[in-house]
Design a protein around this ligand. Structure first.
Ligand code: DP6
Length: 324
């Protein structure tokens, strides 16, 4: 017997970032995070549950993933679905990205979110998005935020079960339609230290981690308020400070590793001096620059002059959807 479905999910860029876990198996975070779902960066996945398969298989852009990678990410999601239906039924997953999957543009987040949504559809489970966000979280933490559109909050939660660690859309995509994310790809090199390994190392070794958690506690609601009031200046400043705060912890981790490179630093300097935009970096050197649409061309020109291989201007996404 075979049953299949297809779904598309947006990537997301974290404003308040997830970096550090209180539980590795369930990807329970040390802090709440907040992201924007991106319309122009997505992953589309077809999930085929097939009784004749003996293991899960995942293909991304027609390349088969190694067994280990399947087990550690998508396999965790598929395992939750198997336990829900009470059947050892494996799946073949075919994912396509519309951007280089190793460029640090959160392909795993969009990929895992699309697989979660397609699996729910294929198995006819009708789970709501909040429940689906908890399942996606187990595959990869940041994926839980890609189950929603607009501005998304991932509640850290306090329970060991993870039942209170889910996402919700706090502000819809049409609230701030002028806001865009300009993403530049300078490097398509696969990162040497994955987010998963990096955040574990930071939690164990960085003495700045505690300061960062305090900073998040003090400023989280202010970020939300700046978004609600469309207070550009406050939103841009807080966005840059939250990015810096995560990368400071990373630089403080031991043994050393870091994600920013000399281009990233040049971007940081230029954006701050420009004054009408904000930079933010996830675990990679490629910048995301938040700016109002009528100023986006200044940013695009700057990035092209700096030698960006590709520049994407993305609006805010409405969220993922099942493809019929
Ligand atoms: C820097 O979600 O990739 O992008 O839960 O171990 O799969 P795992 O980690 P992952 O980490 C993302 C880290 C980040 C910040 C963020 O997106 O919030």
């Amino acid at each position: 017997m075979k049953t299949e479905a297809e779904a598309i999910a947006p990537s997301n860029i974290a404003i308040v970032k997830y970096w550090g876990k209180r539980n590795r198996e369930l990807n329970l975070p040390l802090n709440p995070s907040l992201s924007i779902s991106l319309n122009e960066v997505w992953v589309r996945s077809r999930v085929i549950f097939d009784e004749s398969l003996r293991d899960d298989e995942v293909w991304i852009n027609n390349l088969k993933l190694e067994h280990r990678e399947v087990k550690d990410y998508a396999g965790r999601v598929l395992e939750v679905f198997r336990s829900m239906v009470g059947r050892r039924i494996f799946a073949k997953v075919e994912s396509m990205t519309n951007f280089p999957s190793s460029a640090g543009l959160a392909s795993s987040a969009a990929g895992i979110a699309s697989i979660t949504l397609a699996s729910n559809e294929a198995l006819g489970l009708n789970l709501n998005t909040k429940e689906l966000s908890k399942i996606a979280r187990i595959g990869s933490g940041s994926a839980c935020r890609s189950l929603f559109g607009g501005f998304v909050k991932w509640n850290a939660g306090v329970l060991d079960s993870g039942e209170d660690s889910f996402c919700e859309e706090i502000v819809p995509s049409n609230h701030w339609p002028e806001l865009v994310d300009v993403i530049a790809i300078f490097s398509e090199e696969k990162k040497k230290v994955s987010s998963r390994t990096g955040m574990e190392s930071s939690a164990l070794s960085s003495s700045l981690m505690k300061c960062r958690l305090d900073f998040i506690q003090r400023t989280f609601e202010e970020v939300v308020d700046a978004i609600r009031k469309k207070d550009q200046e406050r939103f841009f400043n807080l966005t840059m400070r939250h990015s810096n705060s995560m990368h400071a912890v990373i630089l403080d981790s031991w043994p050393p590793f870091f994600y920013l490179n000399d281009k990233s630093l040049q971007v940081m300097r230029w954006v701050y001096e420009y004054g009408k935009a904000a930079y933010t970096f996830d675990a990679g050197p490629n910048p995301h620059i938040l700016v109002l649409e009528n100023n986006a061309s200044d940013v695009v020109n700057f990035l092209q002059d700096l030698g960006a291989k590709k520049v994407i201007v993305s609006k805010i996404s409405d969220g993922p959807r099942v493809l019929k």
